[in-house]
Write a protein that binds this ligand. Structure first.
Ligand code: ATR
Length: 272
C-alpha cells in the first residue's frame, strides 16, 4: 500500500493522519498516512529513510518547512514564491517540493466561506512565513488591492518588492498597522500574535458588515482577533478550514483526485 507521512517536531498534535485517512476512505484510495517525529538535526536523514522504506510523499510542518526546500530537487512555482515547502512528492524524476498552504487558504475563502477574492480589497496582517505563503495564491485570484500590514514595515515592503514581478505591481502595497486606512472585504490574520492571545493593533474601521475576517490559527474558542472582528460586525473564520483544504490540495498532488472537504471539516470541528 502507498505510504505517506507528516514530519514535524513536535508532531503528536497533528491532525493530518485523521484528515488523510478520511480523504482516502471518501475517494476509495488505498494508502497509509502516519506521523513521524524527525529529530531537530535529522530532517534530511528522516526523509531519506522514509523514501528508502518506499514512501511516496510527505507533508512537512514546523520547524522543517524551510529545510524541506533544500531536500527537494525541484520546487513548484508556489513553493518558490512561498520560500517554504509543506508537501514533498517523491517521483521518478526526484523529490518535488510544493506548498499547498496558500491554495488551501484561498479554497477555504472561496469554496467554504463562499467569498470571491476577484475585485476585492484584501488586508493581510503579518509578513512572516505564513503570510508570504499566501500572497501568490491570493494574487492569482485578482484582488483589486492587497495591503500587507506588519509590525516591522520593512519586512512587508520586502514582500511587495518580491511579488511586484509576479502579478502584484499596482495591486500589492505595504504599511504599518497604525497606517491602515479604509474598510476591507477580506482581512486575514497571518501574524503569530494569536498564539500569545495578542491582537495586532489595527483600526476597527477595517471591519464592516460585509467583511470576512479570517485567522489562520484555530482552537476550541474564537481567537482574540476573531472576537475583535466580530465585535465590529465582521463574519469570522478560523484556520481549521485552511488546514483541511491544504491537506486536500496535497492529496490531489499525490493522488490526482481532490477530495471533498466539508464532511471532514465538520468532523474535526466537532472533535476540537
Ligand atoms: P510564521 O511562520 O507563523 O509566519 P514568522 O515567520 O516568525 O512566523 O512570522 C511571524 C509574524 O507575526 C511576523 O509578521 C511578526 O511580525 P514582525 O515581522 O514584526 O516580527 C508577526 N507577529 C508576531 N507577534 C506579533 C504580535 N504580538 N503583534 C503583531 N504581530 C506579531
Amino acid at each position: 500500500m502507498d505510504r505517506y507521512c507528516v514530519f514535524g517536531n513536535p508532531i503528536a498534535h497533528s491532525k493530518s493522519p485523521d484528515i488523510h485517512a478520511a480523504f482516502a476512505a471518501q475517494t476509495g484510495q488505498q494508502l497509509l498516512y502516519e506521523k513521524r517525529l524527525a529529530p531537530l538535526d535529522g530532517f534530511f536523514t528522516a526523509v531519506r529513510g522514509f523514501m528508502a522504506e518506499g514512501g511516496k510523499g510527505a507533508n512537512v510542518t514546523v520547524p522543517f518547512k524551510l529545510e524541506a526546500c533544500k531536500v527537494a530537487q525541484a520546487l513548484t512555482m508556489r513553493a518558490q514564491a512561498a520560500g517554504a515547502v509543506n508537501t514533498l512528492h517523491f517521483t521518478a524524476d526526484g523529490i518535488i517540493g510544493d506548498n499547498t498552504d496558500g491554495a488551501g487558504l484561498v479554497a477555504d475563502i472561496v469554496d467554504n466561506a463562499g467569498t470571491a477574492i476577484a475585485g476585492k480589497r484584501v488586508l493581510l496582517l503579518g509578513a512572516g512565513g505564513a503570510a508570504r505563503g499566501v500572497v501568490l495564491p491570493i494574487l492569482e485570484h485578482c484582488p483589486a488591492k492587497l495591503l500587507i500590514a506588519n509590525r516591522t514595515v520593512a519586512t512587508a515592503e520586502a514582500l511587495v518588492q518580491q511579488f511586484a514581478a509576479l502579478g502584484g505591481a499596482g495591486v500589492v502595497s505595504a504599511c504599518g498597522f497604525a497606517d491602515i486606512e479604509g474598510e476591507f472585504d477580506i482581512v486575514i490574520n497571518a501574524t503569530s500574535a494569536s498564539l500569545s492571545a495578542e491582537l495586532p493593533p489595527i483600526p476597527a474601521g477595517v471591519f464592516g458588515p460585509a467583511t470576512l475576517a479570517l485567522d489562520m490559527m484555530y482552537g476550541k474558542e474564537p481567537t482574540v482577533f476573531m472576537q475583535f472582528a466580530a465585535a465590529h460586525g465582521a463574519r469570522t473564520r478560523d484556520g481549521l478550514g485552511m488546514l483541511v483544504q491544504q491537506a486536500a490540495e496535497a492529496f490531489a498532488v499525490w493522488r490526482g483526485v481532490r477530495p471533498d472537504t466539508a464532511a471532514v471539516l465538520a468532523q474535526l470541528r466537532a472533535a476540537l
